[in-house]
Design a protein around this ligand. Structure first.
Ligand SMILES: Cc1ncc(COP(=O)(O)O)c(C=O)c1O
Length: 388
């Protein structure tokens, strides 16, 4: 039988990630040693106390029913975490919804709020799931460039009045992927005022909330007055506790928006596996010293890579947060050409910035997802390649 996939499915593209992965595979098949700094997923496991909680509950035969939604214990653990870390409280019965990793919610939320043709303001460059969520909603993305001269924050004043009036949703992500910039309270206050003026729903993706360096304090969007009137915040245990494959995330905020996603999800799935919910609860309650330790590890990796690259003549910025560096490339080639050159000449894989949107041209994203020694080896390989 011959058939065509839907127009919606046809609108999804094979990402540049798979293109690069194929190129990398080809090189490995030729026997070339590659250091892969293109992956956006933690390389280390969760700490033993989380794995123990998971194992204990997996062995309990009573844990295998549908959970349907987040458990009371999980929601209360998030409440206590948010209250301690950000001074944010919420109603655990109506202002939070759980999901299988924040990606699930990021893709599904836009279709609960937007109709075909509605405008969604998205960061450019931005995490690729935002564009996918826009597509699923058949909405139209309007890029908000994240530029160095603006501290990589979107310039809300530069959004044309006509676009702001048509916009139904705005997506923010601080600290972000691929751009590891941090937002401050005044910026979020401005976003809330903008959202109120134009009736826009704000989605803040806070997936990297716990990977913040140099003693700085991450800012939750929900800390700002009025945030619950206009928006929601996604968070996840994937990056904070190295639980990326052990899928669990959540969204907190405006009751109506939470209700919309909860309604869709009640038709879509039957909840996160109970042992994962229990392991996540233990992580949120007992994970503080692990968070500090994990932060130190990434901070030290970051310093090794930044110092190493600067020493060989690549003047990269020191990221204040996340597991990524957003590195400006030398003039004279595109991001993709530069990434290919790094694979071919140095055996180091990074992601071209324009894979995340047109304003990412001129940059590559380097992930700190290898041991410090391997990052130093990558520097040496880049040095030996003679690119700098
Ligand atoms: C900015 C950002 N948001 C959300 C996610 C999705 O994470 P998860 O679905 O594992 O919670 C990622 C994953 O890489 C990300 O980088």
């Amino acid at each position: 039988m011959a058939f065509m996939t839907s127009k919606l499915m046809q609108s999804f593209e094979t990402s540049i990630f798979s293109e690069l992965a194929a190129f990398k595979k080809e090189k490995i098949a030729q026997g070339i040693h590659m250091i892969d700094l293109s992956i956006g997923s933690p390389d280390l496991p969760p700490p033993p106390f989380i794995i123990d909680a998971l194992v204990k509950n997996v062995q309990d035969p009573t844990q295998y029913g549908y959970t349907l939604t987040g458990t009371k214990e999980f929601y209360e653990a998030v409440l206590s975490f948010y209250s301690k870390h950000y001074g944010v409280t919420f109603n655990p019965e109506t202002e939070i919804v759980q999901m299988s990793g924040s990606q699930d919610g990021l893709l599904h939320l836009p279709m609960t709020i937007c109709d075909e043709g509605d405008v969604i303001l998205v960061p450019d460059p931005g995490y690729t799931a935002y564009a996918d969520g826009v597509r699923m909603a058949k909405a139209a993305a309007y890029p908000m460039p994240l530029l160095k001269e603006n501290g990589f924050l979107p310039d809300l004043d530069a959004i044309p009045e006509k676009i702001a009036e048509k916009a139904k949703m705005m997506i923010l992500n601080f600290p972000g992927n691929p751009v590891p910039a941090m937002a401050n309270k005044p910026f979020f206050e401005k976003a809330v005022a903008f959202a109120k003026k134009y009736d826009i729903v704000v989605i803040h993706d806070f997936a990297y909330s716990e990977l913040v360096f140099d003693g700085q304090k991450p800012v939750s969007f929900l800390e700002v007055e009025g945030a619950f009137d206009v928006g929601v915040e996604f968070n996840s245990l994937s990056k904070s506790y190295n639980m990326a494959g052990c899928r669990i995330g959540y969204m907190i905020g405006n009751k109506q928006i939470v209700g919309a996603l909860a309604k869709l999800k009640s038709n879509l799935d039957y909840g996160v596996f109970s042992p994962i919910q229990k392991a996540a609860t233990v992580a949120l309650v007992n994970g503080n010293s692990f968070l500090k330790e994990n932060n130190k590890r990434y901070e030290s990796r970051r310093d090794a890579l930044v110092d190493g690259l600067r020493a060989i003549g690549w003047d990269v910025e020191r990221p204040p947060a996340t597991m990524f560096m957003w590195a400006e490339i030398p003039k004279g080639c595109t991001s993709k050409e530069f990434a290919i050159k790094l694979i071919e000449k140095a055996g180091v894989v990074v992601t071209p910035g324009n894979a995340f949107g047109p304003s990412g041209e001129g940059y590559v994203r380097i992930a700190l997802v290898q041991a410090e020694e391997t990052l130093k080896e990558a520097v040496q390989k880049i040095k030996n390649s003679g690119i700098f």
